[in-house]
Design a protein around this ligand. Sequence first.
Ligand SMILES: Cc1ncc(COP(=O)(O)O)c(C=O)c1O
Length: 486
Amino acid sequence: MPISIESLQSAFIGVDTEYLLADGRRARRRYLDSAASSLMLQPAWKTAEAFLRHYANTHSELHFGARIATHAYAWAHERTLAFVNADPAQYACAFIGSGSTGSINRLARTLRAVRPERKTVLVSEMEHHSNDLPHRKHADAFEHIPLIGDAPSFGCIDTQALSRMLDRHRGDVRYVAVAGASNVTGIINPLREIADLVHAHGAWLVVDGSQMVMHAPIDMSAGIDFLVFSGHKVYAPGSPGVLVGRKDLLAQAEPDEVGGGIVDDVSLADYLVAQRFPDREEAGTPNIVGAVLLGAALETLMRVGMDALCRHEDELLRPLLQWMTKRPGVRVYGNTDLERSPRTGTIAFNLQGWDHALVAAALNDYWGIAVRNACFCAHPYVREMLKPELWELDGEIDLETPAGLAALERRQGMVRASLGLYTTTEDLDLLKQAIDALLAEPGRYQGAYKLNADGTYTHRQHNPSGQSLFDPVRELDAQLAAAGAR
Ligand SMILES: Cc1ncc(COP(=O)(O)O)c(C=O)c1O
């Protein structure tokens, strides 16, 4: 049964949580930090909770609980493959660690073992560190693929440059690893075109789908050999990281991790690794509850339809991006021409004359708007985009003094607003109002903060601690009392 986006928007845990703000108001939070982690889809959570009544370990059909767990865990794999249009005859799905990082490290080690004769790995300049450092560490030779255009308006991966690099390293490129979409600007890469180029050179394509999975359809048949994403970025926090990959290639190396569950037989002298997927890739007891949660979240999104979700988000993003690019005092990063540089619902920006940390703090403290700031684990990309701006600062800041250098350091970052299924026009209107207010009365807001030694800002009067906002011990005490524990 298809599900409408509107009917699902309030079905997220914590979307309406209220906090006391710096001006004394209590307000519902506006969660614009989905690129870091999305909120929990309540029906998926409830499905996982219901499964807990039957909880048992997998890999057995003997008692009812084990039978249910084995079936539900297999269902989660099957739904994941369906979600990314992966043919189960060709691809396997494995749940690895708690996010994309574990899967990418695993892939970098595995593909090196499968193809040691090819030494070079190519990775784009827009990558999150998790899709950069594991390849740097495990490749024998490594290069960055440039992006189209100039800072601060970079577009997607420069496919002509990629083609030249593939020619230059002819016969030696093990694989090319690229983000489906940037975690900083949301800019989407042309995966099909990249796949064609990569395959024409006999290399493989690894796609980091972390920032696509909640925003846009992913189609393995576009020529993706390996895909990774994090369950916590697709409305299922607490669920595992995902690796979808070609079985014929994965089968060529012994599984990177060994232990229980991946073997057919073990003697004191030897062991026989199972050929079955996903078993051979998932040593140890898996995150079964998290997998059920993920399967339920992905199934829900399939019923909504990722094309419909993508269109819906585009309708929210377009006017916001247009407003931001026209608003004097706001600088948006990455190419903002959506026809040439399509993007997911993510915008990185700065306000002229403001440190990113101060903007993020004020948005939270005065409007309850949750955003993220700094370099978002994509330092090379962010720093390259900021270069022209930092040159502009040359006259404004005295770089000969320690205070000047610290001030410069505080400008090395951005503010990021990222949308989710629960984001409404009202949320984005509030963001616009807040930006207007900050730009109209900078002194009023800036004067309310003290600068800390690490470049962060703290409100002078209103700085509730994490524990005062949510005390896990107090919550546990209440839960234990409710359970009748004495
Ligand atoms: C594009 C991208 N890749 C990889 C990661 C790493 O994901 P995780 O922290 O879930 O391992 C992130 C997280 O923000 C990301 O945005």
